[in-house]
Design a protein around this ligand. Sequence first.
Ligand SMILES: [Zn+2]
Length: 457
Amino acid sequence: MPKTATVPLNVFTSRFRNLCSLSGLLLLWLWPVVPAAAQTPTRGCLVNPYDSLLQSRNPNYARGRVLLDRLLREPRSSARTDGTEEETLIIPVVVHVVHNNSSGQTGGATNPNISDAQIRSQIEVLNEDYQRKINTPGFNTSPVGANVNIEFRLAIYDPQGNLTTGITRHYSSRSSFSTTEMNRLADIVYWPSNRYLNIWVTRITGDFIGYAQFPDMTGQPGLAEVNGIERTDGVIIDYRNFGRNIGTTTQGVYTQGRTTTHEIGHWLGLLHTWGDVVCDAPGCSCGTDFINDTPAAQFPNETLGCPELFSVCGGVRTRNMIENYMDYSPDRCMNIFTQGQKDRIRRVLELSPRRKALIESARQALPETDNLRVRAFPNPVRPQDNRRVNLEILLKGSKPLRVAVFSSTGQLVEELSVNSTPSLILPVTLPLQKAGLYLIRVSTPDESQVTKVLLPE
Ligand SMILES: [Zn+2]
């Protein structure tokens, strides 16, 4: 079988513009940013070669990918058209730290057994980026910028139902794992990928800093069973690029936690913005990521900065969206997922069996209660949340909801309804800029609860 990962490293030293004849071979992860930056790794995302490896090992997987791209281009039935925010989708995360430090010490310079604080900083970055949080590096003012509205949470329960921190630590005599050794990592530790996003943090052999597995579409009409990859369904990140500027997160220009944002984008079904075709020869056709609102690009941004780059695709000159998380830009340049990318992600979460099961499982993780219970958080609302508050609504079974927001003078200022739902976390944006106390009434057909929320000055 083809072994894409056996291609020698650093073959294409800074000559990526000449790779058009290789379009489709997906070898873009091999070249360094610039020759002088020998100590600076490239984005080195391995997802495409790894995906090719999976496809070559399993023909059904290849068929699944084709179907995935077709299905994901269809409109999403659940998309809101009234401007209201969609349900926050919870993704429970388990971070498996696989290291070769036998001392048992966590944290500290060069220690692959990274600290809890380093891990928590990564979760924070993910939520900023996937929720387009105001006053954070994940915010943007682009008209096509989207709040994907996914909340990543370190798991509270392990697969056996015991309380956990969502972090596991495993000593291995191996100092690093190559990009074809995903199975070995899964042999060391794996939690069911239909209930958790597994993130393995280890030292990756060579210049790569992360890779991920695309979602599979088993069970969709016309698609044969695609098995055998469940145990490796997750994301692998080099420990020197995991988290934000803390602990061992010191490698190159990828120190702001966006390697994980990018790789989880693949895990959620997104492709690179340039469609994995580097194209600059006359007559060459640009690649596509199947997203309408990310401009077609001839090549990734593999510089050490955030330059203005332009592409001419189909005769049209457009600016490359180098700030997109699915480009190869340095971390500090990145701040956007588009509405089209959000639609694709949320469609994956509806259609891909394991992703769908994971979301359902997380929903069910919220307890069922005999009587309606409502809790608002954060409360008081934080300035960085842009007047947004989350309502944890616990109830019995599934019920339709009405949510009414009143000002402190009793004026009804906002009202929304939710179709029949089990316990959920519902984001509500307070409609007035005015600071003060708000009353939020949540009603089912047979009971209601009022909770107070403070919007500080
Ligand atoms: Zn990538």
